[in-house]
Design a binder for this molecule. Structure first.
Ligand code: MSP
Length: 522
């Protein structure tokens, strides 16, 4: 089973383009793995507890439960709109998740992994955690990422993280496949050095935070939001679930190494240190440790961090309304290299859609389907002997498909799309050279015309399959125009030359990628 998860989004504010990117990325990977023939379980969801939610609800004068009900709907509605198709939905107020967190806490306590102690120190309200000396910047201050910092003395529950860090260091050193891309591993190992000897505070007294999962053995405390949230990856996969819970079979879901997709800001310490150590403490073996696919950030123009105060936060819902879901999905997958950052730029969104989809692919579809309709009554014939142009086109398709597959296996969607685009450009050049519109003028060329049109239409058929993880709706429209709905059920291994049978009749073509027209700036 290929088990894929994303981070669960905080429900204290509305989804932005960074959230949308991660969910679309996961959706594309899930769809691609299905195309490869893998059995896939894709989990995403929302992080509903914590001080930020409690504060946001207080501000509005409503209960946190009411507040998260509304914001959660905002996320799920957007994923539906963007075509993000998940198999499991994680929301941390779900009683089944709470029961799982409670069971894990009880077990860890019984194993002597938890203890209570009083600590006095600096606490960041924004990040909901105690700060260490190493969190100060060069001038000795706690920087703006920590928000308001207060000095408090508090008794809390701690998890013996320090007992697992030697294992973690050794494990990471011997398993280079765990952190993707690889350069993030050295950052993690460096951070681990600084973390040695520290345990993790995993409770918050109810006096200051009520909106969380109560400790099963100490009713005065709720669970630290990260400890609660990380467990979603196993609780919603059926870990320790009752047989009638409606959750999946954990053994089946967690059979191979799962892949967790996360942003670079939550690798250290949350996923790279806390989560792997938590799993180790729970008895997960090295072979069961997940892989962490760490993606980069979408920033504003010029690399500026997106923030409400700068007013440069991009709303994916608005973008989809303005430019179409296809344009948004294509842009988010095409204009960032997985693992690296990118600057959001509306002009590039329009340019990439218009160049690669409306012009290149649109032109190919138009030529293949329209000319077949006009010149041969929509009937595709395998045609006659092949020329060098034909064999070169078939070789280009084979090369593109193989590069696409390598890139997609490496989670590099942009490179996969680039490979596909290469073949589409090749097809348009082939059309320019073979000139079916000229061939049509002389009945003597009937057989040659059929061969040329077949090569173009067959390329559209393959392209629609390869494009389907990124643009499933457009791919289905292309399959319908080719009059081959079965294309949408093909696997990568079915992609061989001759998908369109001899004598196949296509449907009336319609433009699938209408050019985006932008009004000139005033
Ligand atoms: N709730 C935690 C995650 C818990 S996972 C057990 C959280 N939530 S978040 O809403 O702040 O972020 C959710 C995901 O969106 C994270 O993976 C984060 O890295 C990602 N992104 C947030 N802003 C982003 C960009 N500007 N660009 C790309 N991804 C970004 O962290």
């Amino acid at each position: 089973m290929f088990y894929l998860t994303t981070a669960i989004d905080y429900t204290n504010s509305a989804p932005h383009i960074g959230h949308a990117y991660e969910k679309v990325l996961a959706d594309v990977i899930a769809r691609y793995r299905r195309l490869r023939g893998d059995e896939v379980f894709f989990l995403t969801g929302v992080d509903q507890h914590g001080q930020k939610v409690q504060q946001a609800a207080e501000k509005e004068g409503i209960s946190p439960a009411k507040f998260v009900e509304r914001t959660t709907y905002g996320f799920s509605k957007l994923w539906d709109k963007l075509g993000v198709q998940y198999d499991g939905w994680a929301q941390t107020t779900d009683p089944r998740h709470k029961a799982c967190v409670a069971a894990i806490l009880t077990e860890l306590k019984e194993q002597g992994q938890l203890y209570k102690k009083t600590h006095s120190g600096f606490y960041s309200i924004r990040q909901e955690q105690f700060l260490q000396e190493r969190d100060r910047d060069e001038s000795g201050n706690f920087g703006p990422v920590w928000g308001e910092v207060v000095e408090i003395e508090e008794e809390n529950w701690y998890f013996k993280l320090s007992q697992h860090t030697d294992w973690l260091r050794n494990f990471l050193e011997h398993h280079s496949e765990i952190i993707i891309p690889a350069f993030r591993k050295s950052e993690l190992l460096n951070a681990l050095e600084k973390n040695t000897g520290l345990d993790l505070c995993i409770s918050r007294p109810k006096e200051r935070l009520q909106w969380g999962i109560e400790f099963p053995f100490d009713e005065n405390y709720v669970t630290y939001v990260w400890f609660d949230a990380l467990i979603n990856y196993i609780s919603f996969a059926g870990y320790k679930a009752a047989p009638d819970s409606g959750l999946p079979d954990f053994e089946k879901i967690w059979s191979d190494r799962p892949v967790h997709i996360i942003g670079k800001d939550i690798l250290i310490p949350a996923h790279g240190i806390y989560w792997l150590c938590m799993l180790h403490a729970m008895g997960f073996t090295d072979a069961q440790m997940p892989r962490l696919l760490v993606h980069g950030f979408w920033n504003g123009l010029g690399g500026a961090k997106m923030s409400k105060s700068t007013g440069n936060v991009v709303d994916p819902d608005e973008l989809a309304e303005k430019f179409s879901v296809e344009a948004v999905r294509y842009y988010l997958m095409r204009d960032i290299v997985t693992g690296r950052d990118s600057d959001y730029d509306m002009n590039r969104l329009v340019m990439l859609f218009n160049t690669e989809l409306a012009n290149e692919l649109g032109n190919l579809c138009n030529r293949a389907l329209n000319m077949s309709q006009r010149f041969t009554g929509g009937v595709l014939k395998h045609g006659g002997p092949l020329t060098g142009d034909d064999t070169a086109l078939q070789a280009s398709l084979a090369e593109s498909t193989s590069s696409y597959q390598t890139a997609m296996d490496d989670f590099d969607i942009s490179k996969g799309l680039e490979a596909l685009n290469r073949h589409i450009v090749h097809c348009n050049q082939y059309a320019e050279r073979t000139k079916p519109w000229e061939l049509n003028k002389d009945p003597e060329n009937k057989e040659r015309l059929a061969t040329v049109l077949y090569h173009l239409a067959e390329s559209v058929a393959h392209a629609s399959v390869l494009l389907s993880p990124v643009l499933p709706d457009a791919a289905a429209k292309l399959a319908a125009q080719l009059n081959l709905p079965a294309l949408t059920h093909l696997k990568l291994t079915d992609l061989h030359w001759g998908l369109l049978p001899d004598g196949h009749v296509i449907e009336k073509p319609q433009p699938v990628f209408p050019r985006i027209l932008v009004e000139p700036a005033p």
